[in-house]
Design a binder for this molecule. Structure first.
Ligand SMILES: [Zn+2]
Length: 410
């Protein structure tokens, strides 16, 4: 079946301004062409069924650059969730999660750490059409040290040889990229700002990833570990928080310059802390002393993240990620990350480009998705109001199409 989606405004995912009065021609799963309204009669004669959305705005399906599909994102810690649920239950949670993302306009998810057996099965189920879902880019396990940050994702290694062996195993299972844990984080028993993998391990991992034709990327939450990861030749960075061990802003402009010069892209998880603050702000009661100090700490951390991004977003290539699944990060709030990026200095067009065309390029999937053009997947989002004009309009998605099929009501 061939469809012609007639829209008022079309943003194609590039840095070009949106075009007015366009028709997206879709044949099966692919965009056949994009033509002006004046072609409507000939298109109908050619057998396309015209779908009139002539008051609407269309843009490419978005790419969430950093999620954890197997985690619930409801405040439960990863440790508790994994130990209290069977693999079957976790798989079902993941299936529900990815569908929430899809319905919020995300047609590609990049999973930055999971239990590999579960997430590879999840991708199989999507590919076979057993369940509807976004395309999944997977690392399988995030690689860490024994008992290190995210150790429950089965990626513990303690020597360069072990790290390389693990990468080869994950490659054999179907991993798309290599995720390295360079800094600690919220895992129980881990010092948040300590370096996890050694420089020798990261160097060996980056080399092995290159040999296998894959991107290596490192979770970095301090300025010092970002420096280490870049020195080790890692291809990409996650989070990139310009912080010292107290979460205070510690800019290293020389490093920022180097990241920009080497064209090392960064997936910024800009909304994680901002969204977790709302729990305290909407508590509807006075906070306890402990809650108040936690709130103050999170505010400082958010300010550090935001300021580091604001100071570097003109130079560095940033793409958005939600960290959905982790703690209280939900799968239906991708828009918030893009909105924060836009409002911190990127502007709406650049932030939308980061979530679509640029993300696809950075992740090596731009041959098939990221922009709306001839020959690409018919993955697109329809809104009633333009997010280019006002980025907050991204919160109101009207319809989502994946591979030419409307998936808004799955
Ligand atoms: Zn993460």
């Amino acid at each position: 079946m061939k469809y012609a989606y007639k829209v008022k405004t079309l943003y194609d995912g590039s840095m070009n301004q949106p075009q007015e009065n366009r028709i997206i021609l879709v044949n099966g799963k692919i965009i056949e062409n994009i033509v002006p309204w004046s072609s409507e009669t000939s298109v109908a004669e050619d057998g396309y069924q015209v779908v009139d959305m002539s008051g609407c705005f269309a843009m490419p399906g978005m790419i969430d650059g950093h999620v954890h599909t197997i985690l619930p994102g409801d405040g439960t810690s990863a440790e508790d969730f994994i130990s209290n649920n069977s693999y079957g239950e976790i798989l079902l949670t993941a299936a529900e999660n990815i569908q929430k993302s899809l319905k919020s306009g995300v047609t590609v998810l990049r999973d930055c750490g999971a239990i590999p057996e579960i997430v590879f099965e999840l991708r199989n189920a999507v590919r076979k059409g057993i369940i509807e879902g976004p395309d999944l880019l997977l690392c399988g396990s995030s690689l860490t040290t024994t008992a290190g940050h995210t150790h429950f994702f089965c990626g513990e290694t303690d020597t360069p040889d072990q790290t390389v062996e693990k990468i080869r195993q994950l490659h054999k299972q179907g991993a798309d990229f290599v995720k390295l844990i360079a800094t600690g984080g919220g895992t129980k028993g881990v010092i948040q700002h300590a370096q996890m993998l050694s420089c020798e391990q990261m160097r060996a991992a980056a080399d092995e990833a290159r040999r296998l034709g894959k991107i290596s990327t490192a979770h970095v939450c301090t300025t010092a570990t970002a420096r280490a990861a870049v020195d080790c030749g890692v291809d990409m960075l996650e989070h990139l928080i310009w912080a010292d061990e107290h979460n205070n802003l510690t800019m290293d402009f020389e490093l920022a310059e180097e990241i920009a010069q080497k064209d090392i892209p960064v997936c910024i998880t800009a909304s994680v802390i901002s969204l977790s603050l709302s729990k305290y702000e909407n508590a509807g009661r006075a906070l306890t002393d402990a809650e108040q100090s936690e709130y103050a700490m999170l505010c400082r951390f958010r300010d550090t993240i935001n300021e580091g991004f604001r100071l570097t977003c003109d130079k560095i290539t940033y793409i958005p990620g939600t960290d959905a699944g982790w703690r209280s990060s939900r799968f239906d709030q991708f828009a918030e990350c893009v909105i924060i990026m836009a409002n911190l200095g990127m502007g709406s067009l650049r932030a939308l480009n980061a979530a679509t065309g640029t993300a696809a390029k950075v992740l090596g999937i731009d041959k098939t998705c990221g922009t709306l053009e001839k020959g690409k997947a018919a993955d697109f989002v329809v809104l009633k109001k333009s997010p280019v004009e006002k980025i907050e309009n991204l919160r109101n998605i009207y319809q989502v199409y994946k591979n030419g099929r409307c998936v808004t009501n799955i």
